[in-house]
Design a binder for this molecule. Structure first.
Ligand SMILES: [Zn+2]
Ligand SMILES: [Zn+2]
Length: 133
Protein backbone atom coordinates (compact mmCIF):
# COMPACT_ATOMS: atom_id res chain seq x y z
CA UNK A 1 0.00 0.00 0.00
CA UNK A 2 1.14 3.51 -0.84
CA UNK A 3 0.68 6.66 1.22
CA UNK A 4 1.58 10.13 -0.03
CA UNK A 5 1.47 13.81 0.87
CA UNK A 6 -0.90 16.26 -0.80
CA UNK A 7 1.50 17.06 -3.66
CA UNK A 8 2.73 13.47 -4.04
CA UNK A 9 6.43 14.26 -3.58
CA UNK A 10 6.86 12.37 -0.27
CA UNK A 11 5.66 8.78 -0.19
CA UNK A 12 5.64 5.81 2.14
CA UNK A 13 5.10 2.21 1.12
CA UNK A 14 4.05 -0.59 3.48
CA UNK A 15 3.60 -4.29 2.75
CA UNK A 16 0.04 -4.70 4.02
CA UNK A 17 -1.66 -5.35 7.31
CA UNK A 18 -0.94 -2.83 10.04
CA UNK A 19 -0.07 -3.66 13.66
CA UNK A 20 -2.72 -1.25 14.90
CA UNK A 21 -4.62 1.89 14.03
CA UNK A 22 -4.87 4.41 16.85
CA UNK A 23 -6.97 7.57 17.14
CA UNK A 24 -5.28 10.16 19.36
CA UNK A 25 -7.12 13.12 20.86
CA UNK A 26 -4.04 14.81 22.39
CA UNK A 27 -3.53 18.52 21.77
CA UNK A 28 -0.29 17.93 19.84
CA UNK A 29 -2.07 15.61 17.37
CA UNK A 30 -4.84 18.18 17.01
CA UNK A 31 -2.20 20.84 16.19
CA UNK A 32 -0.29 18.54 13.82
CA UNK A 33 -3.35 17.48 11.84
CA UNK A 34 -5.56 20.56 12.15
CA UNK A 35 -8.34 18.11 12.95
CA UNK A 36 -10.10 17.35 16.23
CA UNK A 37 -8.02 14.17 16.52
CA UNK A 38 -5.07 12.48 14.84
CA UNK A 39 -4.98 8.90 13.66
CA UNK A 40 -2.23 6.67 12.38
CA UNK A 41 -1.55 3.08 11.42
CA UNK A 42 1.66 1.51 12.73
CA UNK A 43 4.27 -0.82 11.19
CA UNK A 44 7.74 -1.91 12.27
CA UNK A 45 10.38 0.56 10.95
CA UNK A 46 11.90 -2.02 8.61
CA UNK A 47 8.58 -2.60 6.82
CA UNK A 48 8.19 1.07 5.85
CA UNK A 49 9.91 2.31 2.68
CA UNK A 50 10.16 6.10 2.31
CA UNK A 51 10.73 7.98 -0.95
CA UNK A 52 11.13 11.72 -1.48
CA UNK A 53 12.41 14.75 0.40
CA UNK A 54 11.27 15.42 3.93
CA UNK A 55 11.76 17.90 6.72
CA UNK A 56 11.87 16.81 10.32
CA UNK A 57 10.20 18.19 13.43
CA UNK A 58 10.88 16.90 16.92
CA UNK A 59 9.16 17.76 20.18
CA UNK A 60 9.34 16.69 23.81
CA UNK A 61 6.41 14.66 25.13
CA UNK A 62 4.66 14.95 28.49
CA UNK A 63 6.19 11.59 29.44
CA UNK A 64 9.74 12.95 29.01
CA UNK A 65 10.38 11.32 25.63
CA UNK A 66 10.62 12.63 22.09
CA UNK A 67 8.06 12.55 19.31
CA UNK A 68 9.36 13.02 15.77
CA UNK A 69 7.55 13.67 12.54
CA UNK A 70 8.65 14.02 8.93
CA UNK A 71 6.74 16.23 6.52
CA UNK A 72 6.87 17.31 2.90
CA UNK A 73 8.86 20.56 2.53
CA UNK A 74 6.63 21.60 -0.40
CA UNK A 75 3.08 20.97 0.86
CA UNK A 76 3.63 20.49 4.60
CA UNK A 77 1.82 17.16 5.00
CA UNK A 78 3.22 14.93 7.76
CA UNK A 79 3.76 11.50 6.19
CA UNK A 80 5.40 9.51 8.99
CA UNK A 81 6.00 9.72 12.72
CA UNK A 82 8.05 8.00 15.40
CA UNK A 83 8.14 8.30 19.17
CA UNK A 84 10.49 7.10 21.89
CA UNK A 85 7.46 5.81 23.81
CA UNK A 86 6.96 3.15 21.13
CA UNK A 87 10.43 2.42 19.78
CA UNK A 88 10.63 0.38 16.61
CA UNK A 89 7.32 1.44 15.09
CA UNK A 90 6.50 4.05 12.46
CA UNK A 91 3.07 5.66 12.24
CA UNK A 92 1.43 6.83 9.01
CA UNK A 93 -1.84 8.82 9.05
CA UNK A 94 -4.50 6.64 7.41
CA UNK A 95 -5.89 9.58 5.43
CA UNK A 96 -2.70 9.58 3.31
CA UNK A 97 -3.23 6.20 1.64
CA UNK A 98 -3.83 6.44 -2.10
CA UNK A 99 -5.65 3.15 -2.37
CA UNK A 100 -8.95 2.14 -0.78
CA UNK A 101 -8.47 0.35 2.52
CA UNK A 102 -10.46 -0.83 5.50
CA UNK A 103 -8.16 0.37 8.31
CA UNK A 104 -10.10 1.52 11.36
CA UNK A 105 -8.95 2.69 14.80
CA UNK A 106 -9.07 -0.07 17.39
CA UNK A 107 -7.77 2.20 20.16
CA UNK A 108 -8.73 5.70 21.23
CA UNK A 109 -6.17 7.50 23.39
CA UNK A 110 -5.84 10.82 25.23
CA UNK A 111 -9.60 10.93 25.60
CA UNK A 112 -9.21 13.51 28.37
CA UNK A 113 -8.82 16.10 25.57
CA UNK A 114 -11.35 14.53 23.20
CA UNK A 115 -13.84 16.94 21.62
CA UNK A 116 -17.23 16.13 23.11
CA UNK A 117 -18.88 15.43 19.73
CA UNK A 118 -16.17 13.02 18.53
CA UNK A 119 -16.81 9.29 18.89
CA UNK A 120 -14.60 6.48 17.60
CA UNK A 121 -17.17 3.68 17.27
CA UNK A 122 -14.65 1.09 16.06
CA UNK A 123 -12.36 1.51 19.08
CA UNK A 124 -12.48 -1.41 21.50
CA UNK A 125 -9.98 0.14 23.91
CA UNK A 126 -10.24 3.61 25.41
CA UNK A 127 -7.57 5.40 27.41
CA UNK A 128 -7.69 8.75 29.17
CA UNK A 129 -4.01 9.27 28.28
CA UNK A 130 -1.59 7.76 25.77
CA UNK A 131 -1.06 4.20 24.64
CA UNK A 132 -0.08 2.88 21.20
CA UNK A 133 1.16 -0.72 21.52
ZN1 LIG B 1 3.99 17.26 -0.64
ZN1 LIG C 1 -1.55 12.45 20.02
Amino acid sequence: MQASCQCGQLRAEVPGATMAVVACHCIACQKRSGSPFGEAAYWPHDQVRIEGQSKHFSRATDAGGTFEQWFCPDCGTTVFMRGTKNPGVTGIPIGLFDTPHAMQPIRSVWEESRHAWVEIPTAVQHFARGRID
